[in-house]
Design a protein around this ligand. Structure first.
Ligand code: FPP
Length: 232
């Protein structure tokens, strides 16, 4: 969700104002994803490297996450959205961890959309933890399950990413779902995250549908389905 800072700077606003507008874009995009039949949506809200930002920006972001969880819980329950937070929890403040536990418990039976928000997330860190927990014979399935546990995913396994959307004109992976994105289709959008609209999600899904996915094999005639999809 890149571009909050630049969006704010272009308007002579503090960076946190961009993050606030970004939170509105999160609600809008989750709603659009559900309506468009996306099965799973993972949003990269705070990477483990984002701790390097000024303390006031970090605490502003943490407050926004807490407020979002509180505000969206009822809406998630109503619309069958299962909300899960992936990433480390040991460096988050206790009230935020409690809010995460509560929203995960309250929305756990939702089946319309699996929404995952990545907070203090690092793909490399998850891979290292999964590798450290590995015992017995090696297999992709076992490793994927351990990876799910390492990222705190209650579902267990770490699902593959179908579509990875990066906004704000950046063209990097930035330590996000590296293992899971092995065959992800990448779509780059120039749109700053606070300006991201339903039409932008539709455009990315349209682009995805037109891509030929071969997974190393030969072309198949099957069109790419819209669900389940991992968009970030
Ligand atoms: C990266 O863009 C964005 C972040 C590190 C924060 C993302 C947070 C939100 C969208 C708001 C709240 C989220 C939730 C889930 C409620 P940047 O700030 O680095 O922008 P820049 O590249 O323009 O500097």
């Amino acid at each position: 969700m890149d571009g909050n800072g630049r969006w704010a700077t272009a308007r002579d606003l503090p960076r946190i104002a961009g993050h606030r507008a970004g939170a509105v874009a999160v609600s809008r995009t989750v709603e659009a994803a559900r309506e468009l039949g996306v099965g799973a949506l993972t949003l990269y809200a705070f990477s483990s490297d984002n701790w390097k930002r000024p303390p006031e920006e970090v605490s502003g972001l943490m407050q926004l996450f807490g407020a979002y969880l509180q505000a969206e819980k009822t809406r998630c329950i109503k619309h069958g959205i299962r909300l899960e937070v992936i990433g480390r929890r040991d460096r988050l403040d206790r009230p935020l961890v409690e809010a995460i536990d509560e929203v995960e418990r309250a929305t756990g039976s939702g089946s319309a959309l699996h929404l995952r928000i990545a907070v203090d997330y690092s793909a490399r860190d998850c891979i290292l933890r999964a590798a450290g927990a590995l015992e017995g014979p090696l297999s992709t399935e076992r490793f994927t399950r351990l990876l799910g546990e390492a990222m705190h995913a209650s579902a267990g396994a770490a699902p593959d990413v179908d579509l990875l959307i990066r906004t704000g004109g950046e063209k990097r992976l930035s330590d996000f779902l590296l293992w899971e994105s092995a065959y992800a289709e990448l779509v780059f959008s120039e749109r700053m995250w606070p300006d991201f609209e339903r039409v932008d999600l539709e455009a990315a899904l349209g682009e995805f549908a037109r891509r030929e996915r071969r997974f190393g094999g030969l072309p198949s005639q099957k069109a790419n389905s819209v669900a389940p999809i991992q968009a970030v």
